[in-house]
Design a protein around this ligand. Structure first.
Ligand SMILES: [Zn+2]
Ligand SMILES: [Zn+2]
Length: 337
């Protein structure tokens, strides 16, 4: 690890923690300008799914970074197709949010992880255990970059006694093993009766591999950028998809925050920090360019950086709309797309 990356890694944690609740930044984007809250109610979500025809995407969590205590949850998504559910990413909150959709745990067929950062994987194990108590199929499958197999085995070993007590008490068949298939890079990931899933490798240093996924359902295709710097390959992967869910960084708000830290005498160098963020994440304008090049119908802005409620929808949308002429949706937790 270089001095720079060490410094930046540390700074990044600081900034992401700080971005959660910084009065200075909130003041810069007044709440009065908000057009809507950061999430749907479970009632809205359940009603939308009940009336749904065809494959639906539910944004379970739309915030970037492993920061607790925000209105938006960390990154996770559910897709519901023909009565089967698929979860992509397991940031903190995924289990509660999944439950709030009203989709039964017994419907969950497969879990996918884009990369091993805590805002994408920290609740993977808890989703398995609590989900099992709630009826998760014992043949649940999981897909993600190595070492997902080892991580799953280690987690199941750590909770073996817990699972065994519960299984004994409630006469349940214990969840002993999860069918894990590691995804080392680009290519086909899986196929079942409802969906064909493929992956590409994206650029999110130092994480290797970090993946983007495309889900081709019979009636609808949904692509996810995962966490990445602006990448031509994402546009290619998402070509002609109905929906692209892309991570989105609103640079002026990040800059405001970093300037605040510099002004407070914190050990952060503005240029170095912003260079790091741009090497790992995608500014709003580039999200628009990529979606336009991909020619998708609908672009969902998610993994919002910074995930501050006082940044209104129009502020998220405007820099993207300069380049993308299709439908733009500012992601909200529990929103059905
Ligand atoms: Zn992330
Ligand atoms: Zn990440």
């Amino acid at each position: 690890m270089t001095n720079t990356s060490r410094m930046l890694g540390l700074s990044r944690r600081h900034i992401l923690a700080g971005l959660a609740a910084t009065p200075a930044l909130s003041a810069a984007f007044p709440a009065a300008a908000q057009t809507a809250g950061p999430h749907w109610t479970p009632q809205q979500t359940q009603a939308a799914l009940k009336d749904a025809k065809g494959t639906k995407l539910v944004l379970l969590g739309t915030a970037a970074g492993p920061v607790p205590g925000r209105s938006r949850q960390m990154t996770s998504h559910a897709m519901l197709s023909n009565g089967s559910a698929y979860v992509l990413d397991c940031g903190m909150g995924v289990t509660d949010q999944y439950a709030r959709t009203g989709i039964p745990f017994s419907a969950l067929k497969s879990i996918f992880i884009t990369h091993h950062h805590p805002d994408h994987n920290i609740e993977y194990g808890p989703l398995l255990i609590v989900g099992w108590v709630q009826g998760l199929p014992l043949d649940i499958r999981a897909f993600g970059p190595p070492p997902l197999k080892q991580m799953t085995e280690d987690f199941m070993r750590a909770y073996k006694q817990t699972v065994d007590f519960w299984a004994e008490d409630f006469h349940m068949k214990p969840l002993t093993a999860v069918n894990v298939q590691e995804v080392p890079g680009a290519g086909p990931v899986m196929q079942d009766d409802n969906v064909k899933v493929s992956s590409i490798v994206v650029e999110h240093p130092p994480v290797k591999p970090a993946l983007a996924y495309r889900f081709d359902f019979k009636d609808r295709s949904i692509a996810f950028s995962g966490d990445t710097t602006p990448l031509e390959a994402v546009a290619e992967m998402a070509k002609g998809a109905d929906v692209l869910v892309h991570e989105t960084m609103y640079v002026p708000a990040v800059e405001t925050y970093v300037r605040g830290m510099v002004a407070q005498g914190r050990p952060v160098k503005f240029d170095a920090f912003m260079a790091h963020m741009k090497a790992d994440h995608t500014p709003s304008e580039d999200v628009g360019r990529i979606a336009q090049e991909a020619g998708v119908k609908t672009l969902v802005l998610s993994h919002l950086t910074p995930a501050i409620d006082s940044i209104d929808d129009e502020t998220w949308r405007a820099p993207v709309a300069k380049y993308f002429k299709g439908e733009i949706i500012v992601g909200k937790d529990l929103m059905v797309v």
